[in-house]
Structure formats: structure tokens, C-alpha cells
Design a protein around this ligand. Structure first.
Ligand SMILES: O=C[C@H](O)[C@H](O)[C@H](O)COP(=O)(O)O
Length: 235
């Protein structure tokens, strides 16, 4: 049998470890992305086997709701529940203080709402996502109303970023978010003060939300692989 790609293996194992932490009779925030997709799949497996009972998922994106339906996880909305017990979500960068950059899949706006409401927010990443300073490898995603793309681009450039309008893959033109907006990817050298930058960018007229998650994560699980063997550790 062909060996699994090591990055996929790390994502699978960290997704499994996070899904194992979910308990029966809870409301679960369902994140977006390729790592969380494994967690959603394993949650479905646990429900199907009867090991886990009576959970409800709050999806952070169209992708998450499609996967939840595929794997038999009942869904609910923030109108119907007054708390989220646990959320599982991926990240594009994680710093030693558990601050994150998210939004590689353009889902950070809903993710910030759901993950931020969760009593326990478990981040699932492979080891390539760990950085000393946020912004050092990944451009910061900023969701913008379409009519404000030009002024927000200028404002982010004035803050020192190199800015690109995110373009679709297998679709001509820009990426359109689940909310009908566009995404600017703002590449900074490194972000010295993530909390200040998060607030500052969200204050630019036309910005809906940026991908800095400061002080939101309660636990970070990291998937690693050595000699084809995957393992998971807490940061
Ligand atoms: O918008 C997407 C999300 O923030 C994802 O959780 C993030 O991009 C990580 O995705 P992946 O697990 O596919 O690397």
C-alpha cells in the first residue's frame, strides 16, 4: 500500500486527537480547512459507533456544514444555543502565546465568531504552522466589502503590507467568501503586536474581519511525523 503523505498523516492524527476530546451532550464548533475536516470525520465515526452521543455542531463555513452532513453530525445555529462547549479549528500560523493567523480558506470571519464563543477552543495544526512571530510566513487574510477593496488595499499598504486580492482557483476572478465579500492577503514582515494590529485593521472602514486570533485559543494540538510515524503533542 502507498505511504500516506506526511503532512496529511499529521493532519489526520491531530484531527483524531481533537475529536477524541469531545464529550457527549455538548455543542461543538466545527472549524474549516483540511485539518479540521479529519476531526469532523472522526466525530462522525464516534457518533456512528455509539461511543459519542447527542452532540450538535455549529459550522464555521459552508464547507464545515457540508462535511457535518456527510458524516452525520446534527447541526444547530447560534440562535438556538446559548453556549458552545468546545470548538475545533485549524490555523495557518501559531505563535508561542497561542495567537493565530487564520483564514487561508477565507472562513476566518465566521470562525472568529464561533471559536471565540467556545469555552474550550482546540487548535489543530501540523508542525509546519508553528512560528515565533505571526506574519513571518503567511499573509494576513482580511475580509473586505467589495466596494471598499481599493481604499482598504491603500490603508493596508500604508501599514507596511504587500497586498494581494485573493483570486479563485478553477474560477476566474476573486475569491468570494461565504458572506459575499472579498479577501485581501496582507503580507507583513512580522507582526510585532498582534492585538494592536487586529484592532487597528478591523477599524478600517470596509473591513469585516481579519485573520488575527489573539487570546482565543485554549489549547494547541500539534501533529508531527518522524520516520513515517505520526504523533501529537500539546504546545
Ligand atoms: O479559512 C480557513 C481556516 O482558517 C483554516 O482553519 C486554516 O486556513 C487552516 O487550514 P488547513 O487546516 O487546511 O491548513
Amino acid at each position: 500500500m502507498a505511504e500516506m503523505d506526511p503532512v496529511k498523516l499529521m493532519k489526520q492524527e491531530v484531527g483524531r486527537a481533537a475529536a477524541a476530546k469531545v464529550q457527549s451532550d455538548t455543542v461543538v464548533g466545527l472549524g474549516t480547512g483540511s485539518t479540521t475536516a479529519f476531526a469532523i470525520q472522526f466525530l462522525g465515526d464516534r457518533l456512528a459507533s455509539g461511543e459519542l452521543k447527542n452532540i450538535k455542531g455549529v459550522p464555521t463555513s459552508f464547507q464545515a456544514s457540508v462535511l457535518a452532513k456527510k458524516y452525520g453530525i446534527p447541526l444547530t445555529t447560534l440562535d438556538e444555543v446559548d453556549k458552545i462547549d468546545i470548538a475545533i479549528d485549524g490555523a495557518d500560523e501559531v505563535d508561542p502565546q497561542f495567537n493565530l493567523i487564520k483564514g487561508g480558506g477565507a472562513a476566518h470571519t465566521r470562525e472568529k465568531i464561533v471559536d471565540g464563543l467556545a469555552e474550550q477552543f482546540i487548535v489543530v495544526v501540523d508542525s509546519s504552522k508553528l512560528v515565533e512571530k505571526l506574519g513571518s510566513t503567511f499573509a494576513l487574510p482580511v475580509e473586505v466589502l467589495p466596494m471598499a477593496v481599493a481604499p482598504v488595499t491603500r490603508a493596508l499598504t500604508a501599514l507596511g503590507a504587500t497586498v494581494d486580492l485573493r483570486m479563485g482557483v478553477n474560477k476566474d476572478g476573486p475569491v468570494i467568501t461565504d458572506q459575499g465579500n472579498m479577501v485581501l492577503d496582507a503580507k507583513f514582515e512580522a507582526i510585532a503586536n498582534p492585538a494592536e494590529m487586529e484592532a487597528h485593521i478591523n477599524n478600517i472602514p470596509g473591513v469585516l474581519e481579519n485573520g488575527l486570533f489573539v487570546g482565543v485559543a485554549t489549547e494547541v494540538l500539534v501533529g508531527e511525523v518522524k520516520d513515517g510515524q505520526a504523533s501529537v503533542r500539546s504546545l
